[in-house]
Design a protein around this ligand. Structure first.
Ligand code: GDP
Ligand code: MN
Length: 383
């Protein structure tokens, strides 16, 4: 998950990294107000999840209230690398003496945090890495011990950073590493890290990507509208992959789900999805969420529910299915036939519960092969 600059700076502030005073605005009118509130002498920064805003004209320095308004209007109509600008960060402008680069990524090869520093900041780091790789100094961080000051000190010296700035930059790097670590970061960057004419070290820009899988651990992260079925499924804690067939599958356990997919191909049809309910399969809400996600795919013409109860019990799962079915019948959101086959603990009790259902959409089969044949017969071949 990528954060906008203003969101990243919010986290920076909380972890004690100095950032310029700023106000986020949605309209030119709000920009005008922010201009006054910050006492003029501001910078307008377009908020998009893409770099290179400076070059694209997304960073502007208005000289008056009216100019701030006009520039904001212009920025809010811009698209930067296909991203429409919806917000502007109005910041008190800095008097920049020198620009550096400071960043941490999770190194894909070593699988540990890698800190990078360059005394030549401001430019895109990819460009610098391609043209003058020796200008980027690297420090691998052992997560057991954290960032070692002496390691970084050595690299700062190699980078040609004036001695009097070493402690300030090391202090900044420690805090940056702490945000990255505490928030499960994948990439965190200050470019440029600025020294002002008064000698203050400030994060002028901020880039922060957080590990998607860690999102449930951090309710303080901003909420984003999920873009597609897979993202919505992930938000519900479901392990779902969209496929190109027409028969939906709900199963429990990755192996069983894949076996169901194999059966389907064996009998000449193809799955519309992979969906493993996992250990939560006993809860009606999980089953219902699963059905909703499967039915979001307009290609689905029939659904196979194939459950093996090793730990949980079939009767409990069956009750969950019934509850979910009843609710969906009430909402009139059930639009395709469902074939269910339950196996494992309390199988008979489970099948009995399902057979008591009055739903005209529900079909039962005792054997998985028959269930697959049935669901293909009901759902037809994909177009
Ligand atoms: P990016 O182009 O998307 O990386 O946006 P940045 O926030 O890094 O800004 C690009 C460049 O604009 C920086 O490298 C600075 O040179 C300049 N800049 C940004 N903020 C200020 C500021 O407050 N004062 C001055 N003088 N320059 C700034
Ligand atoms: Mn930048």
């Amino acid at each position: 998950m990528k954060l906008f600059e203003f969101e990243a700076k919010g986290f920076f502030k909380k972890w004690g990294i100095p950032v310029p005073e700023g106000i986020v605005a949605d309209t030119a009118e709000e920009v005008k107000k922010a201009y006054k509130e910050l006492g003029g002498k501001v910078v307008l920064k377009s908020q998009v999840l893409a770099g290179g805003r400076g070059k694209a004209g997304g960073i502007k320095f208005p000289k008056s209230e009216d100019e701030a308004c006009a520039m904001a209007d212009e920025i809010l109509k811009m698209k930067i690398k296909d991203n429409p600008v919806k917000k502007v960060l109005v910041e008190r402008a800095l008097d920049i003496k020198k620009e550096f680069y400071l960043g941490i990524i999770t190194d894909p090869d070593k699988g540990c945090p890698l800190l990078m520093f360059s005394a030549e900041g401001g430019v895109e780091i990819e460009v610098l890495a391609a043209e003058r790789p020796e200008a980027i100094r690297k420090v691998f961080i052992d997560p057991r011990y954290g960032l070692m000051g002496y390691q970084l000190q050595y690299e700062l010296q190699k980078a040609g950073l004036p001695k009097e700035l070493h402690n300030g930059v090391i202090n900044m790097a420690r805090r940056l590493y702490q945000v990255y670590w505490d928030m499960d970061g994948e990439l965190i960057e200050i470019n440029p890290l600025v020294v002002t004419s008064e000698g203050k070290i400030i994060a002028a820009d901020a880039k922060f990507n957080v590990d998607n899988s860690a999102r449930p651990r951090h309710p303080e992260l901003p909420k984003r509208q999920a873009k597609n079925i897979e993202e919505r499924a992930a938000e519900l804690g479901l392990s779902y992959v969209l496929l190109d067939g027409n028969i939906g599958i709900i199963s429990n356990g990755a192996g069983l789900t894949m076996a169901a997919m194999d059966f389907m191909r064996e009998y000449g049809s193809s799955p519309a999805n992979f969906l493993d309910l996992g250990g939560q399969a006993t809860q009606a809400v999980t089953i219902k969420n699963g059905m909703k996600i499967v039915f979001e795919n307009p290609n689905v013409t029939a659904l196979l529910i194939y459950v093996f109860a090793g730990g949980p019990r079939c009767d409990v799962i069956a009750s969950g299915i019934i509850e979910a079915l009843d609710e969906m019948e009430k909402e009139k959101s059930l639009r395709v036939p469902i074939v269910a086959t339950l196996h494992g603990r309390y199988k008979e009790e489970g099948m009995k519960i399902l057979s008591a259902s009055k739903s005209p959409c529900l079909y039962l089969e005792a054997e998985v092969e028959d269930a697959v044949r049935k669901v293909i017969e009901l759902g037809g071949q994909s177009k």
